[in-house]
Design a protein around this ligand. Structure first.
Ligand SMILES: NC(=O)c1ccc[n+]([C@@H]2O[C@H](COP(=O)([O-])OP(=O)(O)OC[C@H]3O[C@@H](n4cnc5c(N)ncnc54)[C@H](O)[C@@H]3O)[C@@H](O)[C@H]2O)c1
Length: 331
């Protein structure tokens, strides 16, 4: 019964994690959220019924040692060093966190044969030019001399480990490859494009588009995603599978900047910044990223409700700044 379920969410105070915790508590789960607050915030969980939530501050590998695996019904492993900007700044920490903490989460799941969902990323597709990206396609990476590929490779190792636990230990594992999940509470300081654009638009600062802006991405609202994740984890037919998670409508990044500016009525100029200047010399970006959602739709269906314009409005509203104020400050 949903009401009796005890669910563990690592990275539970993060952007996606906090929305997921809210969603799980709403359906009646008791939730243990683990987070070391490296990029997450305790305040992200302020809206959650405290009688259903236990928050434990710490790293996954330390905290799980004090939790009895037999009492846990499901695990969502979202804790990670997230994003390409962070991996360029802190490559050792990113690699060690993403591999070591996932290994700890999987060992914990194996001890109780507990279903576990592993958060992976579209970065795993690397430089593949085969659009749309399908889960069992080959992947292509740049060389280890370019730190940005460490994020993709660390997440790919997570996937190998997860599937190995499924095969060797019979752990019900689901891998979810996220494609640009966006929405309220996401912050731009670690390089995520939409919150960065929204923050600039609200502040009246230049909206910086890296490269020529013709690169395309797909964006999906976090509230649509957290409705989907429990369906993937709870369906035994999904165990051992990899699923792209996101939307498949492409938008050019230059177009996204204009959409943010128009939606928020901002007077910010849109400026182009060369990749070298944004990320350092030799940065490799991908022109297009689009998920093939055939497997996801066939497994659990997917009917997202939030438009990109709605997401932009809600992200701006949640950032606590008034558009009016930013417009006035530029007059
Ligand atoms: N947001 C996206 O578009 C996106 C895209 C692809 C993949 N993902 C994946 O989704 C997951 C969640 O990402 P997010 O966007 O919510 O980012 P986030 O930074 O808000 O969430 C990660 C959370 O993990 C916590 N954390 C980091 N290391 C930890 C550790 N060792 N122990 C405990 N907690 C730790 C952070 O404090 C943070 O709260 C990550 O695994 C990320 O790789 C996200």
């Amino acid at each position: 019964m949903a009401g009796d379920r005890l669910t563990l969410v690592t990275g539970g105070a993060g952007f996606i994690g906090s929305h997921l915790v809210e969603r799980l508590v709403r359906r009646g789960d008791r939730v243990v959220a683990i987070d070391n607050l490296s990029t997450g915030r305790r305040s992200n969980l302020n809206g959650v019924d405290p009688s259903r939530l236990t928050f434990i501050e710490g790293t996954v590998s330390e905290v799980v040692q004090s939790v009895d695996p037999s009492g846990v019904d499901g695990i969502y492993h979202l804790a990670a060093a997230v994003g390409v900007r962070l991996v360029i700044k802190k490559p050792i920490g990113t690699i060690e966190t993403n591999v070591g903490e996932t290994s700890a989460a999987l060992e914990f799941a194996a001890a109780g044969r507990t279903p576990i969902l592993i958060a992976s990323t579209s970065e795993v597709y690397g430089k593949s030019e085969r659009i749309p990206f399908a889960e069992y396609d080959d992947v292509v990476y740049g060389p280890p001399s370019q730190p940005r590929w460490a994020y993709a490779c660390s997440k790919a190792i997570d996937e190998f480990l997860a599937l190995a636990h499924h095969r060797e230990n019979g752990v019900p594992v689901v891998v979810a490859r996220f494609f640009n999940i966006v929405g309220p509470r996401q912050v731009g300081e670690y390089g995520m494009v939409l919150p960065r654009f929204v923050a600039s638009a609200l502040a009246g600062d230049p909206i910086e588009v890296y490269g020529d802006g013709a690169q395309t991405r797909c964006f999906c609202d976090v509230r649509d995603v957290v409705d989907l994740l429990p369906r993937l984890l709870d369906d035994p037919r999904c165990a051992g599978g990899i699923f792209n998670v996101g939307r498949d409508e492409l938008i050019e990044i230059g177009e996204l900047a204009r959409l943010v500016k128009d939606t928020l009525g901002s007077r910010s100029p849109i400026v182009r910044v060369p990749y070298d200047q944004a990320f350092g010399p030799g940065f490799d970006d991908l022109m297009h990223r689009q998920p093939d959602l055939t497997r996801l739709r066939a497994a659990v269906g997917f009917a997202p409700k939030f438009s990109l314009v709605q997401t932009i409005r809600d992200l701006a509203a949640a950032s606590g700044e008034s558009v009016q104020r930013s417009v006035e400050s530029t007059i």
